[in-house]
Design a protein around this ligand. Structure first.
Ligand code: ZN
Length: 73
């Protein structure tokens, strides 16, 4: 049953792709590497991000926590 549906789905996609073409990937312009500075200012305290402690848990239910140096001091 799943195989028959998949064949129908592929045939329908083949028909659709004749007038839509393949999926458009990318940003639509030449892209370079995403260079970000670790010295960017924190939006909360203004200290460099490299001075912060990021607390990540293996537990997927606990959110990641950012510790600002200004609050710790
Ligand atoms: Zn901060």
């Amino acid at each position: 049953m799943a195989g028959r549906f998949w064949r129908f789905y592929e045939r329908a996609n083949d028909v659709v792709r004749t007038f839509t073409g393949p999926a458009d990937l990318g940003a639509g312009h030449p892209e370079g590497p995403d260079v970000r500075s670790a010295e960017a200012a924190c939006p909360l305290c203004g200290f460099p991000m490299s001075a912060h402690t990021i607390e990540r848990n293996d537990d997927s239910r606990t959110s990641t926590r950012l510790h600002c140096p200004a609050k710790a001091a």
